[in-house]
Ligand binder design. Structure first.
Ligand SMILES: [Zn+2]
Length: 256
């Protein structure tokens, strides 16, 4: 005999299933890229320009998926199609060799007009920060400066790209620590070699100077982010001037 309790239970279950399906659908909804996305990517993103037609298609799909799953919010800055596409490109470039990659540790990117300081002040003299990955209350949030974001792609041969820098911090953070060792993508057996290569290079940077951005000598995490910018912006120069680093970064980002 069917009791009222059983009917209520079954009805409840049905409602839960409907909600679940609806939720999953909602999250999978893909927001199409703007009409002129190919033009914008070709004009601004050298990495994209150099891909084959098939790879370009993959890249576009992944940028679209990324932009559909992460909220981009302007804070005193207008978020234009160009900014959205550049943020998507910065996200996908370092993980292009990992087809199923998802930035599960990122929900929102805040776009500030210019640089800011550690208290997120956007005006005043001491504003050295052009991008950051949040922690604590800002967990799962990235902040980028619109001006620096664009400069990073406009000057595509200066070994500096704020978006790539910040996304590399996120990749590094995926294993729980931001320490310059992306354990989620670097095979364990190469970790000691990578750590000693970082240490040796930082030591050389401090004593002899280097063409590597000096900010990279701050700590291992900054070194990894800075040298990754160099790797994606000026791969040929890095291969020639720092072959060991180039080899290791190829291993990390699986680009060979
Ligand atoms: Zn950094």
């Amino acid at each position: 005999m069917i009791t009222v309790v059983q009917i209520v239970f079954v009805l409840g279950l049905i409602i839960l299933i409907i909600l679940f399906v609806f939720e999953t659908r909602r999250h999978r909804e893909v927001i199409p890229l703007p009409d002129d996305f190919r033009e914008i990517l070709s004009d601004y993103v050298r990495f994209y320009r150099e891909l084959s037609d098939k790879e370009k298609e993959d890249f576009e799909k992944r940028v679209e998926y990324f932009l559909s799953s992460v909220q981009i919010t302007g804070v005193g800055a207008q978020v234009e199609d160009l900014d959205r596409l550049l943020i998507g490109a910065g996200a996908i470039i370092p993980v292009f060799a990992f087809p199923d990659w998802q930035y599960i540790n990122l929900h929102e990117v805040l776009l500030y007009p210019g640089t800011f300081n550690e208290d997120y002040d956007q005006s005043g003299a001491d504003r050295p920060i052009s991008g950051m990955v949040g922690s604590g209350a800002m967990q799962n949030v990235m902040i980028l400066s619109k001006w620096q974001l664009r400069q990073g792609f406009i000057n595509s041969h200066d070994a500096s790209n704020t978006a790539i820098h910040e996304f590399v911090h996120l990749i590094d953070k995926m294993d729980g620590t931001v320490d310059g060792v992306p354990e989620i993508i670097l095979e364990r057996k190469y970790v000691p070699q990578w750590v000693s290569l970082m240490e040796e290079t930082i030591r050389k940077m401090k004593s002899n100077g280097s063409d590597i951005n000096f900010y990279g000598s701050t700590n291992h995490a900054e070194f990894f982010a800075v040298i990754s910018e160099y790797f994606f912006e000026k791969p040929d120069a890095l291969r020639e001037l720092h072959p060991d680093l180039f080899d290791m970064l190829q291993r990390i980002f699986r680009t060979r």
